[in-house]
Design a protein around this ligand. Structure first.
Ligand code: GLN
Length: 546
């Protein structure tokens, strides 16, 4: 194996953008002509992210091969423009599950199986396997959490053992935070110095330190950090706050981060390549003309006194990509569907928007508000894009208000409804009875056949597409004929199982609901066609005026 492995660990605090830093470094190395893959390690006991509350953990990203993983995997896909597979994601639960299974199968030949080295060795094997699968020159491995936590210690141990196994092929990067306290007005390096010490106590030392902060780190502080961290000042890479995370590869490139990494491996520098395509993207972001105002109606926004949009990150990124492609700056408005239940008069605020998106969701909280909002968009010709639950709610709304099936519903909310227009997928009944919830939804990529002369078909410009799914319920085909007669257009169907995947309306600027999650496939350099068409219609709503 001549592959190179780069571990990325966090210091001081979480949420400083380790994922974006990892993805950006990957992009820089990729643009230098190398094949790059990235792995995310989540230290939780959960086997995957599918069973975690999105308010706590953020979005559940779905891979082509149907894994439910951390949102950082989405960043890898967006920056590296490649599909990341399930093997590139692991959690403590998943690693232990394999070790225990192997032990039960006598896979360790009857010897005592131990936390060290057997657990870190399982981690190493997975990293090797993912690297071979992607045939990568560089594998970036992001270890979740921060150094010094109890939870990720076995993964740090894997990084240590991996360096012993491949001494010249492993490097460590610490992504740390440098606060600039308002009362001092000065960037402080001490928390990072301590993070480096904690890292060293785990048997690791950083080859590079990425200094995340509100500001760019200056030379005196680089020197100070270098002295305390056993690195040279030029191995400290500044990562100040930027307006868009897509600027980070350029920030790294300006500091010759890619070159420095190559040099540290003693690798021959390839003829100087610049991040050309990426620079073009930033130019198009900078040169937009006017705004497009998109409302996202959801419920996973608030935690205590704070509003977060992490649960919808791929949706937000997809809207951004499509807006830039339409020459606009997206202005996103977070709307809480529960508000429309309490005061329907509030629905009027939707008229100020150029378009509305209702993303995926589960359970009853806020669903009636979503249905009211969809009716408002349908009747007032506001461009609407419904994703998964947003599609199911559109079907319920149409059945209730156009087909006049007053108690039409999904059996997820009312299992006894007289009109279950959305019902369980085949085989899901048993799973629910067994309490078998983890990883049992309809997951991953499935084909979808598009009907001629429809908005969807025009947007995609292809007769068949593949899209990623994550749902337990589906459109009930018993209502298909009646709904079609009442004007609902079925524009996308799964060719093998005849499941309805896309519904839309005629005589509306844009009204499309999809059972899948197109947002997972949108990338800044290749925005998703449906989002692009939706934003185009949204821009058209105001007749192209700003
Ligand atoms: N709750 C719905 C289902 O399980 C929709 C899921 C989703 O929006 N991802 O089918």
């Amino acid at each position: 194996m001549s592959h190179k492995f780069i571990f990325v660990v966090g210091g001081v605090m979480s949420g400083v953008g380790k994922g974006a830093a990892t993805a950006s470094l990957g992009r820089v190395l990729q643009e230098k002509g190398y094949k790059v893959t990235a792995i995310k390690i989540d230290p939780y006991i959960n086997v995957d992210a599918g069973t975690m509350n999105p308010v706590e953990h953020g979005e559940v990203f779905v891979t082509v091969d149907g894994d439910e993983c951390d949102q950082d995997v989405g960043n890898y896909e967006r920056f590296l423009e490649t599909s990341i597979l399930s093997i590139n994601y692991m959690t403590t639960g998943r690693v232990y599950q394999s070790v225990i299974q192997r032990e039960r199968n006598l896979g360790y030949g009857g010897r005592t199986v131990q936390v060290v080295p057997d657990v870190p060795n399982e981690v190493i094997e997975r990293i090797e396997h993912a690297t071979e699968r992607a045939n990568a020159d560089f594998t970036l491995i992001e270890i979740g959490g921060t150094v010094g936590e109890y939870e990720n210690i076995l993964f740090l141990e894997a990084a240590r053992l991996m360096r012993m196994k491949y001494p010249d092929q492993v490097r460590n990067i610490l992504v740390s935070y440098m606060p600039v306290p308002g009362t001092l007005g000065e960037m402080k390096t001490k928390p990072t110095q301590q993070a480096v010490r904690t890292m060293m106590a785990a048997g690791l030392y950083p080859d590079f330190v990425i200094a995340r902060s509100t500001l760019q780190i200056d030379e005196p502080r680089k020197a100070k950090l270098a002295m305390f961290s056993n690195v040279h000042a030029d191995q400290v890479i500044g990562a100040p706050d930027v307006k868009s995370i897509y600027e980070i590869p350029i920030v790294f490139e300006q500091q010759k981060f890619g070159e420095k990494i190559l040099k540290s491996f003693g690798m021959k520098e390839l003829p100087e390549k610049k991040v050309v395509k990426w620079k073009k993207l930033l130019t198009s972001i900078a040169n937009t003309k006017g705004e497009v105002k998109i409302g996202v109606i959801g419920k996973y926004f608030s935690t205590g006194d704070f509003t977060l949009s992490d649960a919808y990150i791929s949706v937000i990124e997809a809207i951004k990509h499509a807006s830039w492609a339409n020459g606009r700056t997206p202005k996103l408005v977070w709307l809480n569907s529960e508000a429309y239940e309490k005061s329907p008069a509030k629905l009027k605020e939707l008229s100020d928007l150029d378009g509305v998106v209702i993303p995926g969701g589960f359970g009853s909280r806020g669903i009636e508000g979503k249905i009211k909002a969809i009716r408002y968009c349908r009747e007032n010709k506001i461009p609407y894009l419904g994703l998964c639950y947003g599609m199911q709610c559109a079907v319920i709304e149409y059945a209730r208000n156009v087909l006049k099936l007053k108690d039409a519903n999904t059996t997820e909310i009312n299992p006894k409804t007289k009109h279950p227009v959305i019902h369980l997928l085949p085989g899901q009944d048993e799973k629910i009875k067994e309490g078998n919830y983890g990883g049992t939804l309809r997951l991953g990529s499935y084909p979808c056949k598009l009907a001629a002369n429809t908005t969807a078909r025009k947007a995609y410009g292809a007769p068949q597409v593949d899209e990623r799914h994550r749902h337990r319920y589906e459109f009930n085909n018993e209502y298909r004929e009646a709904l079609e007669k009442a004007g609902l257009v079925i524009s996308g169907v799964n060719p093998e199982q005849d499941l309805v995947e896309i519904v839309e309306l005629k005589n509306h600027p844009f009204f499309v609901g999809v059972q899948f999650h197109p947002e997972f496939q949108s990338r800044p350099l290749s925005p998703h066609p449906l989002f692009k068409a939706f934003v185009k219609a949204a821009v058209g709503k105001k007749g192209g005026k700003d």
